[in-house]
Design a protein around this ligand. Sequence first.
Ligand SMILES: Cc1cc2nc3c(=O)[nH]c(=O)nc-3n(C[C@H](O)[C@H](O)[C@H](O)COP(=O)(O)OP(=O)(O)OC[C@H]3O[C@@H](n4cnc5c(N)ncnc54)[C@H](O)[C@@H]3O)c2cc1C
Length: 494
Amino acid sequence: MLTPKLLIELKKILPEKVFTSTEVLQKHAGNLFYINNGLPDAVCYVTSEEDVIKVTNFCLHHKIPLIPYGSGTSVEGHIAATNGGICVDLSEMNQVIAFSPQDGYVIVEPGIPYNKLNEYLDPYGFHFPVEAGWGASIGGMVATNASGAGATDAGSMAKNVVGCSVIVCKDGKASKIKTGTKSPKSSAGYNLTNLFIGSEGTLGVFTQITLKVRKNFSYHNTVTCQFDDILQAVNFVVSMKGFVQFRRVELLDKLQTEACVSFSGVSYLDPNKITIIMELAGNELAVREEVKLLIEFLKNNHGINIKIFNDKKSAEFIWMMRKNACPAAIQFINKNKKAMATDISVPLSKLAECIDACYEHMERIGLKAPLVAHVGDGNFHFTILVNPDSEHDLKKALEFNKRIVEEALRRGGTCTGEHGIGLGKKAFLESEHGDSLFVMKLIKEALDPLKIFNPGKIIDVDRKLHYSHESEIKETSLSSSCMFAPSPMLRSKI
Ligand SMILES: Cc1cc2nc3c(=O)[nH]c(=O)nc-3n(C[C@H](O)[C@H](O)[C@H](O)COP(=O)(O)OP(=O)(O)OC[C@H]3O[C@@H](n4cnc5c(N)ncnc54)[C@H](O)[C@@H]3O)c2cc1C
């Protein structure tokens, strides 16, 4: 743990940027989601790359865990400090460094939230197409390879990050590397940018990120439609994918529709039906033609209660209703519980049968969990509400999650389409990657030999962490059993 002497040293290195109040520590340990244990010993609000280098050197020197933190919206215990350590909050590194409309890229500091980046870009007629939880930072989104509703058209972060600057460990010291170029293409060696995308803070800390940006669309239409049968709704979207270019297409099952209607007060949606929300964007004439085609298909394929919105305000209201699906579910079902989000993704041709199989497991296990689906890219989430202290709740929820991951893997899918592994999905990594898992371990060992970067997340490496206590050096196991283990600071209070 961070002893009082080490804390004084850290405060000298980063004056007025180190905080240890319970309130600050708790804010950095969790959110609406069920894995919420492991307080850091201190939080550093870094404001520059030099600060990141200083705190990384401190952590490397004393072998103290360093947990990068963007906005704290991740959902799989990514920011839990299972062995204490220092949470490095990057939210104050939130500037746009350069923007080239001509080349279509923007360079940002990692702490900028994607919605703030869009506020910056909008007056220039540009936007960044990837979304995640409201307020998520670009650094956190790169680190989790986020995607969200816009991915059906724009793809995940992996398709939209051009390069990054990362503080890594080189010969035991903090060192800055740059990956990628500003050129639209490059074949120069291993793709290090992609190595860091999805690394969840386990290989280093991003200090700058170069992103592709897109020109704003001149015309938008949002269409909502309801169905009685979920499989008909899913198959409809899947069959339309070649015919219309959805920018976003989202599905809410009956329980989630009911929760969203109750939370947002949208009056024209029937709370007892399945809802799909679709956005088409581009040239006005082309969009109008596509919408016409879409409506015809919807009417011929069991779609009811069809509404079209071409004014920005109404469309934004509907999309905000969709964005609030998770808080709506919590509020509607049990506001005293925490959420566990499943995140499987499968090939589109298998989506309907996979969702069907999931509902069968849910019924057998005796759960009631609403579903939202990024139905255009085969990815869907059940929001299971659990009391994290109830063994009964956790057992049922984890059993359900396990069963549906098996269903996804059987169909060539993944245990996580966009949220990442963190702590919560570690158990599935081997089944998903099999023989290639050792390559991930080798990469982790090579880039983080002192095991300081967000330890315990994604994979466990066999060697033990040496945790410096000034005069003595302790060994702390990073086995998966630490998933629900309290941090050293909490332990000392028990
Ligand atoms: C209501 C809700 C809805 C959501 N919807 C979506 C969705 O549609 N799509 C989606 O993909 N996700 C979604 N998420 C999950 C979440 O928003 C994403 O995982 C997001 O990318 C996390 O960003 P963050 O800034 O909050 O990261 P944090 O939670 O702060 O951190 C996430 C991970 O990134 C690492 N990290 C953060 N900053 C850096 C850095 N500078 N350098 C290195 N590592 C770093 C952290 O160590 C951690 O491992 C949702 C979450 C909520 C609560």
